[in-house]
Design a protein around this ligand. Sequence first.
Ligand code: NDP
Length: 249
Amino acid sequence: MHERFAQLAGEHISYDRTLAPLDGFSEILAKLAGEGLKGANVTVPFKEDAFHWVHELSHRAHQAGAVNTLIKTADGHWLGDNTDGVGLVADLCRLGFDPRDKTLLVLGAGGATRGILGPILDRGPKSITVANRTPAKALSLADVFGIEAAEFEQLHGRRFDIVINATSASLSGQLPALPSDVIASTGLAYDLAYGPRGTTFTRWAASQGCPKTADGLGMLVAQGAESYYLWRGVRPDWQKVLGEMEAQR
Ligand code: NDP
């Protein structure tokens, strides 16, 4: 994806994957930094390690408590940022569901939820409600971000413009315990997870009559484009790249 961004921008970059051992994140990064690394993306389960590894944090990384983008600054320091939330907001806007003035329900209270709440709130939604299998975690996030927490069964009869599944349930073919009347009446059901034919959640939402569903491939590409911008100062045409990736799945 990043090499395609570079190609479209007429630039040359080298972007590779490295698998770090669970207890070896800092050692790997120190080695890569010594070899001239200029920037990196960090993914599960190292986003919190990266948060502690960097010298400086952006506001959104601080809010998220996690770093997915490392940027080497001109003075040789490492800046940590988090582009997941802006990636999601960009994709929601692409789908015609700008969160501004909308009612949103976010399912899940893990790292991804923490990363997306700040950028969604920055957009000025009417309300955000968060619900999680372990209610205490939703309550704690609701406290931090000044939003509402609810338990799944309390959601019967509620209607939201957008429901975002930020649980990892789809990865194991499971569904969060959301009452079906909620998903049937929502405008957009969005799953952060993605797959070749959507996800367990998006397929379920469609089967319940939800008029529009989307998986997280668009978010993935948009967050990558934001990272590219942070490294190179160029905004890639991420929707073109998303279209190419959609055509291949
Ligand atoms: P975490 O492990 O931090 O959190 C997982 C969350 O899912 C918890 O709230 C957990 O609830 C909940 N959960 C897990 N299984 C179930 C289940 N069977 N039923 C109900 N709730 C469940 O994961 P992340 O927050 O990092 O990631 C969440 C999802 O977001 C993943 O699918 C990941 O792939 C996706 N993601 C996509 C991105 C993209 O660019 N498209 C970017 C980042 C993440 P509990 O607290 O009760 O355990």
